[in-house]
Design a protein around this ligand. Structure first.
Ligand code: PEP
Ligand code: MN
Length: 449
């Protein structure tokens, strides 16, 4: 049994609904004191910023903007240092410039960062050499090390999630507002990428076009603030309800509840049950929210989610993140898009080309093929083109580092390379170069439309 966090006096009580994928905390009293401490701490984001993001996502839903949503599968406390954060931001910014060029509309940037510490798992236990221990559920719950001590669920970790998220967000804000994100700088990095390897030369024409556009604007004396700073929003899966509820506050401006642990929260494929606690939670907060849709989601499920989440009359409120797999996207997605569109609801449709394309390499490591990722993105664009709807964005698991977790790309990573730098705590991520290649390829696809 776990102690349920008490809402602040002005929040209505949380209903008691089935909640999948929750930790088995050993001591409810400790949970209670952690939750009480979290509820006293300052918000990590301001409700007004969540509203601004909702407005931008409304533009995505209307077909007037494109969303780039990316970052780690699982952030870890150990990998939350300045270098890892900087490299991820740099990768996202580099991708965003290329996508802006391809899409010719503003790119809304949302990081899977500053809170992405909890993971749903398909099995409660992990067995190695005949020894079974609780599965790793993210640094928010237990440690990745395969020992009984590390794998014990520890609610005190939630306070560390808060502190690490605060520190990460602080650096994100400093980097994105303090000069690091200058468009000319980001473009210079992209030129470096194009020169870096013969295989990248196919992207040279696009880099040159961007160069010309920038030189032209410079010659005209155009130097807007937008060239020097960017808005990068934070997001994570709203999985651990004790944490998310403790971080939910009534906004003094509007008198409505916001989950101030991040700007954008999403409900995962394993917790999107219409009668479950996660969808109920998402329905109660005013943040823009997302829901993952895998190949088993039906058109009726999607429409029911639109209604349950109050998204029928509010573009920007709901983003559907489809994760069908390269083999299924062309057949599984159209029915969902068609039925939701027929209701008149304006939701943003975003493609997660990662989670439907995971498989086990011969050595047992989870991996993904870069070509499958690209093919799912291509299928996603095809589906929307055929229906006349807007392919609203990409949701990518990536890192700014040179890891060997996904196969293929211009680095030609093969399965025997995986052990070299396989560093993820959970799912395999595109490395820096694979992420940029994907951005260039997606920009070409956008340009074709
Ligand atoms: C994830 O985004 O890391 C994840 C677990 O995705 P999904 O809910 O789509 O499986
Ligand atoms: Mn993942």
């Amino acid at each position: 049994m776990t102690a349920d966090p008490q809402p602040p006096p002005d929040l209505p009580p949380w209903p008691d609904l089935p909640a999948a994928q929750q930790p088995a905390w050993p001591d409810p009293q400790v949970v209670g004191s952690v939750v009480a401490a979290l509820a006293e701490l300052p918000p990590l984001v301001f409700a007004g910023e969540c509203d601004a993001l909702r407005e931008r996502l409304a533009a995505v839903a209307r077909g007037e903007a494109f969303l780039l949503h990316g970052g780690d599968c699982a952030e870890t406390f150990a990998e939350s240092g300045a270098d890892a954060i900087r490299n991820k931001i740099k990768t996202l910014l580099q991708m965003a410039v290329v996508l802006t060029y391809g899409a010719r509309v503003p790119v809304v940037k949302v990081a899977r960062m500053a809170g992405q510490f909890a993971k749903p798992r398909s099995s409660d236990v992990e067995t190695r050499d005949g020894v079974s221990l609780p599965a790793y559920r993210g640094d928010a719950v237990n440690g990745v090390e395969f020992t009984a001590e590390a794998r014990t669920h520890d609610p005190n970790r939630l306070l560390r999630v808060y502190n690490t998220s605060a520190a990460t967000l602080n650096l994100v804000r400093a980097f994105t507002q303090g000069g690091f994100a200058d468009l000319r700088q980001v473009h210079a990095w992209n030129k470096g990428f194009v020169r870096d390897k013969p295989a990248h030369q196919r992207y040279e024409a696009m880099a040159r076009d961007i160069d010309r556009a920038l030189s032209f604007m410079h010659a005209c004396g155009v130097d807007p603030e937008e060239f020097r700073t960017v808005d990068l929003y934070s997001s994570h899966e709203a999985l651990l309800l004790e944490y998310e509820k403790a971080m939910t506050r009534i906004d003094s401006r509007t008198g409505t509840p916001y989950d101030v642990s991040g700007h954008f929260l999403w409900v995962g494929e394993r917790t999107r049950s219409l009668d479950g606690a996660h969808v109920d939670f998402a329905a109660r907060i005013r943040n823009p929210v997302g829901v993952k849709l895998g190949p088993t989601a039906t058109p009726d499920d999607a429409v029911a989610l639109v209604d349950r989440l109050g998204a029928r009359d509010e573009p920007g409120r709901l983003t559907f993140i489809s994760r069908m797999g390269a083999g299924a996207v062309r057949t599984a997605l159209p029915g969902l898009v068609e039925k939701v569109s027929a209701t008149g609801a304006q939701v943003a449709w975003v493609c997660d080309p990662m989670h439907g394309n995971t498989f086990e390499a011969p050595d047992g490591r989870k991996t993904r093929r870069f070509d499958d990722v690209v093919d799912e993105v291509r299928g996603f664009f095809e589906v929307h083109r055929a229906l006349g709807t807007h392919p609203g964005g990409l949701h990518i698991e990536l890192t700014g580092d040179d890891v060997t977790e996904c196969l293929g790309g211009s680095g030609g990573i093969i399965d025997t390379d995986l052990p070299e730098r396989y560093q993820t705590a959970c799912d395999p991520r595109l490395n820096h170069s694979q992420s940029l290649e994907l951005a260039f390829l997606a920009a070409e696809m956008l340009g074709e439309g």
